[in-house]
Design a protein around this ligand. Sequence first.
Ligand SMILES: *Cc1c(COP(=O)(O)O)cnc(C)c1O
Length: 469
Amino acid sequence: MPPLMYGTAQLTARLEPWMERLLADPVLCQELIQQYGSPLNLHDFTPMSRNIAELREAAAEHDVDFQIYLARKANKTIGAIDHAAAEGCGVDVASFHELDQCLKRGVPAELLIVTAAVKSAELLALAVENDVVLSLDNVDEALDLLDIAAQSGRRVRVALRLASANPRIAPTRFGLRAEQWLQFLDSAERTQGFQVCGVHFHLNGYSAQQRALVLAESLRLIDALLDLGHAPEFVDMGGGIPMSYLDDAAQWSGFWEDLAALPAGDESLTWKSDRLGATGAEPSGSVYPYHQKLIRGEWLDQILESRPEGGHESVAQMLKRRGVQLRCEPGRSLLDGCGMTLAKVAFVKTRSDGLPLVGLHMNRTQCRSTSADFLVDPILIHAGTPRSERVALSAFLVGAYCIEEELILRRRFEFPQGVAAGDLVAFPNTGGYLMHIIESASHQLPLANNLRSGGQGWLRDDIDSMILD
Ligand SMILES: *Cc1c(COP(=O)(O)O)cnc(C)c1O
């Protein structure tokens, strides 16, 4: 039997057992929505343990000292911190509140790193007070930090954020080049004020080869820091560890081929014939690569065994010879399988020209990242009691913001057995970025509530009751 809902060009989600169990219980889904509102963010962090293990096993194969820091910006729940910490992982934080909450939750200082792009004086002071490593981005920030450190009489632990000088790496706004850092540190006062304990970088994209190149560059900076009398202990290669939302590679490539074959203006696959940034039949660079061949462990293995720039040593050997720990900061790929968004159908209607629309109690910032679209098919649950018979439909999902372009997803969907007000739509695997990274409360519509599965059922995550001041 075909599913109750699927993309006109199908992109079938990979589901976790907890998602399948929940989806098989429409009554519970309806009760949760009734109690906590629509949309609702549901979390079960058990898959995070598997994701962590995949990475750790790959590092262990190479006998590399390795530590994982969950990138907290990918998901704001306190449950995510708790689960990462229980697994012995650290957390990468990007603001005062992200750091404050981790400290209050008992995450030890050595398992925290502050990588915020812009750091407030309050954030700098909180990190210094608690001896948390800060990844330094620029000279102004470093000088602000030195002032704060001088007042507190402490030596501050920092990592240097490295902007690669390699022409094969895209220019970046983050960090400074190695020679800029070395020049900055070439003063007794600065070298005494800072304890440089590592080198940090984070690259756009998911290339293993590029990470191997910048790891080699980072280790050269580590050597120069040792010469200056510092004792760096780690290289942190940031996030961007790949994952797959879709199991079927052919569906993924087929979607882009089908989209490219459509004449301009044809809305049979996407709203207003949106190409989602694609220029031909290849996947667009404006969306996440929802199917990837090498993910997590296998991808890390490829980095560790590679010999960048044709050298004789592998990345693993380069790290081990220096006794340097490898760190990473995965967000999305650690949260793979940990989240699902549930929303209630508000209405079924047609656009003024007759095109069918399904309206949800939800807005488009509640299942969206910074990319052009979320390319995973939702799942329909026939939970409503239809006012009239459900009939087969091919429609777009629209949301609550009063904007013509308020599409929840830009793709078109088939409802072979119809859809009605009161039905539920589940968006699978939204735990990494899709729920929180750009969510807004425009029109004074409240933010979605966050639940996590506990021993006895579904519990509220503490983040929703925290008052930020
Ligand atoms: C966003 C970010 C991450 C996480 O990236 P993912 O793609 O989610 O793995 C890690 N480190 C830094 C510095 C980041 O900005």
